[in-house]
Write a protein that binds this ligand. Structure first.
Ligand SMILES: Cc1cc2nc3c(=O)[nH]c(=O)nc-3n(C[C@H](O)[C@H](O)[C@H](O)COP(=O)(O)O)c2cc1C
Length: 360
């Protein structure tokens, strides 16, 4: 039987922090300075470690530890079992070959697409070594995206006294994570910027936070951290009333001083609106909420014909990087949630103070 809200231990107490606020794991945007500032302000800074090598994870954590003595967390991505299918990759690359050529990127005309674009994923960091680094870098918690940690990893975390946190987009996923032994669950509503963190149910389920949060809190009896579209203090109060034990915030942090987001994304986080965001698979193969742009519009018909994750990402990240170098905002991947335009926090600390959930 599920426990009542009152018998649940609060996330702040569990993590040993003052205010239950976590920054979203946003590679590039969540810099060591941003992560440290969130922790220093009493929240739990989260290192976006998914794209990092073990050495880079340690270097990132060392920088955070040089800026704060407070607890912090590490986020990792559970590896996808889906291997890129060369035919799917080639078909999508063919569809955008003129654009690739215009940007000076390999367009496949030499028949060597797989070599140019790391189709074998040889440059993707090894998950087991990343996990070792996350375990040994001094983190208070490790957060898994796109599924829970397997039993051996969960046991290692438990033995080391490191919190095991998973992310769910549906009630079923929250229950699956509880069965896998997590200490707390992040529930990601449809409002959220960036990738849908689905792993068990369809990413098209798109459950809103106000439907997902109370259901997940009641069914799991665990501390539940709400994510998606959070930007103003009234939301924190409302989410707490619906059973949230903490909040995770991405979009509202993009414009703060410590953010490493590209200028265009900082601007969009302040001046775009929820209606400017769209859901698209074209950049990574996963459904992502992004700022709508010319490329997403032009490739709308190709939504369901991508090379899937992670093959599509191997093709599109070089394109995104070149677009950023050239200042081509119409082509860049700009993850953005529905809280766009709803806040203008100057620093990560003011955002943490304003939105963090404190115990009564
Ligand atoms: C710029 C950006 C990048 C993101 N990248 C990731 C990521 O790499 N991995 C991940 O688990 N979540 C990622 N997310 C999603 C967050 O984990 C979180 O669910 C989301 O930011 C919460 O919604 P909000 O942006 O409306 O606050 C990203 C979000 C944004 C805005």
């Amino acid at each position: 039987m599920s426990q009542s809200k009152d018998s649940r231990i609060s996330f702040a107490r569990l993590a040993g922090i003052r205010t239950a606020f976590l920054n979203a794991p946003m590679p590039g945007a969540a810099t060591p300075e941003l992560v440290a500032a969130v922790s220093e302000a009493g929240g739990l800074g989260v290192i976006p470690a998914a794209p990092l090598t073990p050495e880079e994870i340690h270097a990132f954590a060392d920088r955070v530890k040089s800026l704060t003595k407070k607890p912090f967390a590490v986020n990792l991505t559970v590896p996808s079992l889906h291997k890129p299918v060369p035919e799917d990759f080639t078909r999508f690359a063919d569809a955008i070959s003129l654009l690739l050529a215009e940007l000076g990127l390999p367009d496949g005309s030499d028949g060597k697409l797989a070599e140019h674009y790391d189709l074998t994923l040889s440059k993707v960091p090894d998950f087991a070594s990343q996990f070792d680094a996350a375990m040994s870098c001094g983190a208070r918690a490790v957060i898994s995206s796109f599924g829970g940690f397997r039993e051996p990893e969960a046991e290692r975390l438990e033995d080391a006294g490191i919190l095991n946190i998973g992310c769910a987009t549906t009630l079923r996923e929250a229950k699956v994570l509880r069965a896998a032994g997590v200490d707390a669950v992040v529930v990601q509503g449809a409002e959220a910027g960036g990738p849908r963190l689905s792993f068990e149910d369809s990413d098209k389920a798109l459950v809103g936070l106000s439907a997902l949060l109370p259901a997940a809190a009641a069914a799991t009896g665990l501390p539940v951290i709400a994510a998606g579209g959070i930007a103003v203090p009234a939301q924190t109060a409302g989410l707490a009333a619906m059973g949230a034990s903490g909040v995770m915030v991405g979009t509202a942090l993009l414009g703060v001083r410590e953010s490493g987001a590209p200028e265009v994304l900082k601007r969009a986080s302040r001046y775009a609106t929820a209606a400017d965001t769209v859901l698209s698979r074209i950049y990574t193969g996963r459904l992502c909420r992004i700022l709508g742009n010319g490329l997403a519009d032009a490739l709308a018909d190709w939504e369901n014909m991508t090379a899937g994750y992670p093959g599509q990402q191997a093709l599109m990240m070089p394109l995104h990087q070149r677009a950023e170098e050239l200042g081509r905002e119409d082509l860049m991947m700009l993850p953005l949630g529905q809280s766009a335009g709803r806040s203008a926090y100057a620093t990560a600390a003011t955002c943490t103070e304003a939105l963090g959930l404190r115990e009564a």
